[in-house]
Write a protein of this length. Structure first.
Length: 460
């Protein structure tokens, strides 16, 4: 068997026989070309949220790349501090648009975390939670539905009031307690259960598209998925929803579970292969960013490489598709329940902006809403601190970032704070509950805001 450090994929890797097992794994998994592409110019520093918060070089993309290369070159032993520094990155990838050398930092940090996870020694509680969700729940649609039903029962049966009244929430970590307070109404009825697997276009069809419904998205934001389908229909697209699709794998990839992410990707490729669609539509920036990189994720898999490239080329965010191909409906504020003029603002999904390159399309749609004034939030392109499950695993840094974000959000005076990713939406709801006025500012998905304001909408 060939030495993994001598494969043709990464020909520049040094031939080093590391004594440390993690060092060997890092050398095998890291794209050494990308490590050496970093010019140490520093353009990434002001774009990086953790560097901006701390001012420390190791908290920057340049610093983390230097640490990776030092370990790969045998100049440094990868200790716990090294692992902590890799996990302290939000993975927002704001450094990539700022990089003149086009270093694929997001891929490097995921490769590093994958190697670290191969040698991680989690305690039984952490190991149990990871196995429960990454393997036991997220990949299985039926179990997700039962999870949704369980959360809905907790929320609607009075059990939540009992738990809160008895003070049982104090037994949970603070980040979990905070999320319990702002989590939306869950459901075991996802988009397929509500409207089926096909939805016709309004008027002559422009194209047939497929909805990627996600996992958590279809449990906590099923109404947004339904509104996504109906908004696409209003814009002239007929929509299919392949029922066998599964979790995109983004949370797995960000958490060092790369092989599980690849297996989920393969399942999705099979699910969408026969759909016969022109586009695969995402309404969650975090999901879309991994879907559009399935070609990279499976570039070493000869059985799926070509199919992954075709799939990735068809992935598009709903806002981008509406702007580029759709018959944009007439958005009328008076069609909504609140007829008064409103001010709206927008928090970018990092992955939608930095990976899918779709930061302008949501703004274009929001500006087309009659009787609504769009106010650009200062540093809307900066991460809110959600970053998948970062706000749970790194609550201190996530909290600092959110504090600054809410200073900017409150200055807009917006009635609606809109975003394009479920994690961002939950994080901003938490921010409003802690640092704002929930009665004066409502956080919504941009799809929900737009669909509610279609002047002449109709259901087929």
């Amino acid at each position: 068997m060939a030495n993994p450090t001598e494969t043709s994929a990464y020909p520049k890797k040094p031939a080093i026989n590391h004594a440390n097992p993690l060092s060997r794994t890092l050398l095998a998994k890291l794209d050494y070309d990308q490590l050496t592409n970093c010019m140490r110019c520093g353009f990434c520093l002001p774009a990086c949220p953790t560097f901006r918060e701390t001012g420390l070089e190791p908290e920057s993309p340049r610093g983390r790349i230097a640490l990776m290369k030092a370990v790969a070159d045998g100049l440094m032993e990868p200790d716990q501090a090294f692992a902590d520094q890799m996990n302290h990155c939000l993975g927002c990838r704001a450094c990539e648009p700022a990089c003149p050398a086009d270093v694929k930092y997001g891929q490097l940090i995921e490769q590093a975390r994958d190697a670290i996870e191969d040698h991680a020694e989690h305690g039984l509680p952490v190991k149990g939670i990871r196995n429960l969700f990454f393997k036991g729940v997220f990949p299985h649609r039926g179990r997700l539905k039962w999870m949704g039903k369980g959360i809905a029962l907790y929320q609607k049966s009075g059990l939540r009031s009992v738990v809160r009244g008895a003070g049982l929430l104090r037994l949970l970590p603070k980040p979990v307690r905070e999320m319990e307070g702002i989590i939306p109404e869950a459901s075991g009825q996802g988009v397929v259960e509500r409207i089926g697997t096909f939805y016709p276009a309004k008027g002559e069809a422009i194209a047939r598209v497929a909805l990627f419904r996600g996992c958590i998205m279809d449990v906590l934001f099923a109404e947004t998925n339904v509104n996504t389908v109906k908004l696409l229909s209003e814009a002239g697209f007929e929509v299919v929803i392949p029922p066998t699709q599964t979790c995109c794998g983004a949370l797995h990839a960000h958490s060092g579970e790369m092989e599980q992410a690849r297996e989920l990707a393969r399942s999705n490729l099979r699910a969408f292969e026969e759909a016969g669609v022109s586009y695969i539509v995402s309404n969650a920036g975090g999901c879309g960013a991994l879907l559009v990189e399935y070609d990279h994720l499976l570039h070493d898999d000869p059985a799926y490489r070509e199919l992954a490239a075709k799939f990735a080329a068809r992935v598009v965010d709903i806002s981008q598709l509406l702007v580029s191909r759709g018959r944009i409906p007439a958005f009328d504020e008076a069609a909504a329940t609140a007829a008064e003029p409103v001010t709206i603002t927008y928090q970018d999904s990092c992955h939608l902006r930095n990976v899918m390159k779709s930061g302008n399309a949501p703004r274009q749609l929001m500006r087309s809403v009659a009787n609504a004034t769009f106010v650009e939030m200062q540093e809307a392109d900066r991460c809110c601190g959600s970053a998948g499950i970062y706000n749970v695993t790194q609550p201190e840094m996530a909290g600092q970032i959110l504090d600054h974000k809410m200073e900017h959000a409150n200055r807009t005076g917006a009635r609606y704070l809109l975003t394009s990713n479920p994690g961002c939406l939950l994080q901003m709801k938490l921010g409003v509950s802690k640092h704002g006025d929930p009665a004066a500012m409502e956080v919504k998905h941009v799809v929900d805001f737009l669909y509610e304001r279609i002047a002449d909408r109709s259901d087929p």
